[in-house]
Design a protein around this ligand. Structure first.
Ligand code: PXP
Length: 244
């Protein structure tokens, strides 16, 4: 059965919107593990728009399952990764103006550079995943540069507007997963995976892990809303009974 890695970036996004202390992605990670997550994922972005260096340091100390750091291929990030030593680094493309990661890493364009970065990360005992589009040429390049894992970008599949397009993108993912496994790569998948399209994706046997953020955090806000309001209503109605 495939593993679930939970991305807690959006918890930090909410905190940073008010430059407040809460909600804390470290607390969310602990609860995600209690809920059965097999791993925690964070993307430390160059502009620090959500996850902060402090979060990563604390997560390294508190995550008991598996910590996956998504990052760009910059000198700064490589130096942070080799100091913090997450269990895995997922290399992703990063553009400052994007809302979230758009498109996979172009491995074909930078094989030499990626080979060097992967070798540095391996020397530090860190497993390396490349987030790529489900294209055979990119998968072959990922294998050549020595990646351990490819995380197949499921965004186009997730955003397909017609059933035919969804089916077509699903087949692309299925063939890509098969090709990656045949080359000896571990196969993960992520981006836009939700409570509906997971029913499709779980049918691809080569996918060993799903990396899911938005859908889980969005649902957490809604399923937690009723209790959060009830707790406040109770405090307003019964202040004396709460030891004041
Ligand atoms: N995998 C990678 C490489 C990502 O960049 C992201 C988004 O941060 C995800 C998975 C999770 O995507 P989503 O938030 O849509 O579940």
């Amino acid at each position: 059965m495939a593993r679930l890695a939970v991305n807690v970036d959006h918890v930090a996004t909410l905190r940073q919107a008010r430059r407040a202390k809460n909600p804390d992605p470290v607390a969310a990670a602990i609860l995600a593990e209690l809920g059965g997550a097999n791993g925690i994922v964070v993307h430390l972005r160059e502009d620090r728009r959500h996850i902060q260096d402090r979060d990563l340091e604390l997560l390294r100390k508190t995550v008991k399952t598996h910590l996956n750091l998504e990052m760009a291929t910059t000198e700064e990030m490589i130096s942070i990764a080799t100091r913090i030593k997450p269990d895995r680094v997922t290399l992703v493309p990063e553009r400052r103006e994007e809302l979230t990661t758009e498109g996979g890493l172009n491995v074909l364009d930078q094989e030499g550079r990626l080979q060097d970065i992967i070798s540095v990360l391996h020397k530090n005992g860190i497993e390396v995943s490349l987030f790529i589009d489900p294209a055979i040429s990119q998968i072959q390049a990922a294998s050549r540069v020595g990646a351990d894992v490819v995380e197949l970008h499921t965004g186009i599949f997730a955003e397909a507007e017609t059933k035919e397009e969804r089916r077509r993108q699903f087949e692309i993912l299925r063939n890509a997963a098969k090709a990656a496994r045949e080359l000896g790569l571990h196969v993960h998948a992520g981006h836009g995976v939700d409570y509906e399209n997971i029913l499709w994706l779980r049918e691809i046997p080569e996918i060993e892990e799903f990396s899911i953020g938005h859908a889980i955090i969005a649902r957490a806000i809604l399923v937690g809303m009723e209790k959060a309001v009830r707790d406040m209503v109770e405090l307003i109605r019964n202040p004396l009974e709460r030891g004041k």
